[in-house]
Design a protein around this ligand. Sequence first.
Ligand code: UDP
Ligand code: MG
Length: 329
Amino acid sequence: MIEGLKFASTTRAVDRRQISLVVPVYNEEESVADFAAAIEKAAAESWREGEIAPHFEIVFVDDGSRDATAAVVRAMCRVDRRIKLVSLSRNFGKEAALSAGLKAATGDAIIPMDVDLQDPPELIRPMVDKWLAGAQIVNAKRIDRSQDSFFKRSTSRLFYKTINAIADHPIAADVGDFRLLDRSAVAVLNEMTERCRFNKGLFSWIGFRTETIEYARPARQTGSTKWDVSRLVALAIDGITSSTTFPLRVWTMIGAIISLLAFGYAAFLVAHTIISGVDTPGYASIMVTVLFLGGLNLFSLGLMGEYIGRIAIQVRGRPLYVVAETIGF
Ligand code: UDP
Ligand code: MG
């Protein structure tokens, strides 16, 4: 208050808005302190003396870490009131952890970030500037991913290509969770009741005035990646099933085409039998047809299962995550 008055006498209307950085962490005891220090440094360098820097809060969401992450963050909360902790009762996955952080964050703008400094803190300033200029969402697009492994880059490219070819609403390629979201956008996200969360899909779906800045993605600074292949596959399937219905409908078309072909072939067989009698050979063609259709059947059944499983999860209506403890709010 007093600080505000002091500013008000020297500059005109002082508007120190608050930015929340939401950081899901899972077994990151060696990274959290580095992250907070890097933010501190970037903020000091980005907003020079005399400039009015926004207030920052860092909301760490401990996603059921089994190491000392929660203890380290708790100690940081004690010495720095801008650091806050939401502890989940177990590992719920990054998407749920991020949702918990978005709910808890109090800022006027909210930026989800990874703790490993792969989302460069220097980008916060340009994002905030675009936000102050009127954008409600500022995407950070990775134009150079040479630091990610070849496997990760190619699978991610394939994923974005596939999902954007069939999605009901396009998802910005190469934009991760790292983006600035205005309070009004976060309010909408917090209202959404979807259980199988794919945040990147939701972020694109909600709309709002969106701007994009570009950056080269650096390598992870400390610790090791928490995503193995099976988690990535699960995330990709979640992404596809939660933002598309095309894979469900496509079977109607494929089924119709195959039925038509089969009908034509049956007509041909009848005519052929009438004209030139029965011929027993044909085992191979029958086997091929049966196996092909069997495979197609199982595949489409499995696909239905993916969607139905998610309907079941939604209908159970369990909460997305369970908060065990919050500090600093
Ligand atoms: N993370 C999480 N819960 C999980 C897995 C990951 O909260 O179950 C966090 C992790 O601590 C990090 C962020 O999600 O802050 C991104 O993870 P990571 O850097 O391992 O992913 P990558 O950059 O390799 O995609
Ligand atoms: Mg990372």
